[in-house]
Design a protein. Structure first.
Length: 224
């Protein structure tokens, strides 16, 4: 509401600046922020209570996402199936963050306490899966089974082998904002690789607008 009011004074900015949903974590990440590290004990000691909490968080997540779109008039829609978010255009209506459970829980525990709640969100809105750090192989199997997840965003691309994750995604999901916190030199080898043809959006750090223009020109020459 604050940004809508401020942007009314600057029509050009109002057309170009997109107001999207806040940085909403996944249900398990939210539960972890509420409880702290004791959550890992409660998964065993208070299993039913944890499921009640995760169900409540998931339901609140779904209602909140609908509420802010209707009440605050988000202008993040790029087309019928994509939104502007995180400096990119991503598939669906949410970018679901899944940092804590996928690196901290066993595959069986992950499916029970995280993935089933993630699925409810993806089934309602469709969206993009995000994780900082390593993504374990069993996650890709689950993502492959849900057609509503058609994008993936790696929080730390510099710690991944791109050819490996390109193979794991196998054209089933777009890879968003690769290289966003690295210099352009990080992307050069990728841009020149003839085996990588599509399904990825790229980003990098630049010092100023002029450097950005130069990089875009170089990029266009590679693909001319």
């Amino acid at each position: 509401q604050f940004y809508h009011e401020k942007l009314q004074e600057y029509p050009k900015c109002a057309r170009g600046i997109k107001i999207t949903h806040p940085d909403m974590q996944g249900p398990f990440d939210i539960a972890h922020q509420i409880i702290g590290s004791d959550i890992f004990l409660l998964l065993y000691d208070q299993k039913e209570l944890m499921h009640e909490l995760l169900e409540l968080i998931t339901d609140t997540y779904l209602q909140y996402r609908k509420f802010i779109e209707d009440y605050y008039h988000l202008n993040d829609q790029a087309d019928e199936e994509m939104i502007y978010i995180h400096g990119d255009i991503c598939y669906g209506k949410v970018v679901l963050k899944d940092d804590t459970p996928q690196v901290s829980l066993s595959p069986k525990m992950y499916e029970e306490f995280s993935w089933q709640y993630n699925q409810q969100i993806f089934d309602e809105f469709k969206g993009t899966y995000h994780c900082c750090g390593r993504i374990n192989d069993h996650i890709y199997t689950l993502l492959d089974q849900n057609q509503n997840v058609q994008g993936i965003n790696y929080g730390n691309p510099e710690y991944h082998d791109f050819k490996e994750i390109y193979r794991k995604n196998n054209g089933k999901r777009a890879i968003y904002t690769w290289g966003w916190n690295q210099n352009y030199s990080y992307l050069k080898q990728l841009l020149e690789d003839k085996d990588i043809k599509t399904g990825i959006t790229l980003a990098c750090k630049v010092k100023d607008i002029e450097e950005g223009k130069r990089i875009i020109g170089e990029y266009l020459n590679i693909y001319a």
